[in-house]
Ligand binder design. Structure first.
Ligand code: LER
Length: 269
């Protein structure tokens, strides 16, 4: 049976000054929600008055995706500590809004084994220790707040630690926490997984959130990703979360954003 997916759009892609303006555009275009972006230095927490007003105006904001330059897997102790504090705060804010959770990669743009100098400063065992420590602290915080931390595998050029769903699944199982789940991203999966559908089916209920963009990082429909396979697998595992658009736009921006919900719903069959 074909699932009717709920589709969210990240806030920076939507035209409009306020979240309410963006929501009006999003609703008219067939979206069900807005995914927020969580900047560092507690800027996301400082938006609470704006976010509370948007909530009162009926804007649906179930998730936040971190928007920082350092992450909980950072090599630097101070940056790592800060990233954990920022993520805890973002989890608390999304909980206050009645949302589902917050998404973060282990790192982004910090190191790639495919680019010089090829050998990272930490061993794989040390990476694992750092990641498990961070996931345990964030997962406990998420649990206490009643929300979920979504761990996002990124492609090999953006992160050297968690590239495939099975790596995220292994870490999550090791934490033993239901409050940590995989946040999949179709673009990264297209680069890293042997098969899109097989990877989704294998991860199954560990998948808690999904972000969408095409093979070239543009809007769904602008590349060559096998959408029926990817969406079919999500449907088969009974995925009930959102498909949150995180992409670059090609063509007229407003038209591109409008084109996504009908494209995705057609591809889902
Ligand atoms: C980066 O490619 C990405 O997918 C982001 O969600 C990381 O924060």
């Amino acid at each position: 049976m074909t699932r009717v997916f709920k589709i969210a759009c990240q806030e920076q892609l939507l035209p409009g000054e306020t979240l309410r303006d963006k929501w009006e555009f999003a609703r008219a275009a067939g979206y069900d929600a807005i995914e927020l972006r969580g900047k560092g230095d507690f800027q996301f927490r400082d938006r609470l008055p704006e976010l509370r007003k948007a909530l009162a105006d009926g804007v649906v904001m179930p998730t936040v995706c971190v928007d920082m330059l350092h992450f909980f897997g950072a090599f630097d102790d101070d940056l790592r500590r800060d990233a954990v504090e920022q993520m805890k705060s973002q989890l608390s804010v999304i909980a206050e809004l009645g949302g589902l959770g917050a998404q973060t990669p282990a790192s982004y743009g910090m190191f790639s084994r495919r680019l010089p100098p090829f050998e990272p400063p930490r061993t794989e065992e040390q990476d694992r220790e750092v990641l498990l420590e961070g996931l345990a602290e964030l997962g406990e915080h998420a649990r206490a707040e009643g929300v979920t931390l979504f761990l996002e595998p990124l492609n090999r050029y953006e992160d050297h630690m968690v590239n495939r769903l099975e790596q995220a699944a292994d870490l999550i199982r090791a934490t033993g926490l239901d409050s940590v789940r995989i946040g999949i991203d179709s673009y990264h999966m297209n680069i890293e997984e042997t098969g899109l559908a097989a990877a989704v089916l294998a991860a199954g209920p560990l998948i808690g959130h999904a972000q969408i963009s095409d093979s070239n990082r543009f809007q769904p429909g602008a590349g060559h990703l096998d959408w029926p396979a990817w969406l079919g697998a999500l449907s088969a595992i009974g995925y009930e979360g959102y498909l949150a658009v995180e992409c670059r736009l090609t063509g007229d921006p407003a038209e591109a954003v409008r084109s996504i919900p009908p494209f995705v719903r057609r591809a889902a069959g």
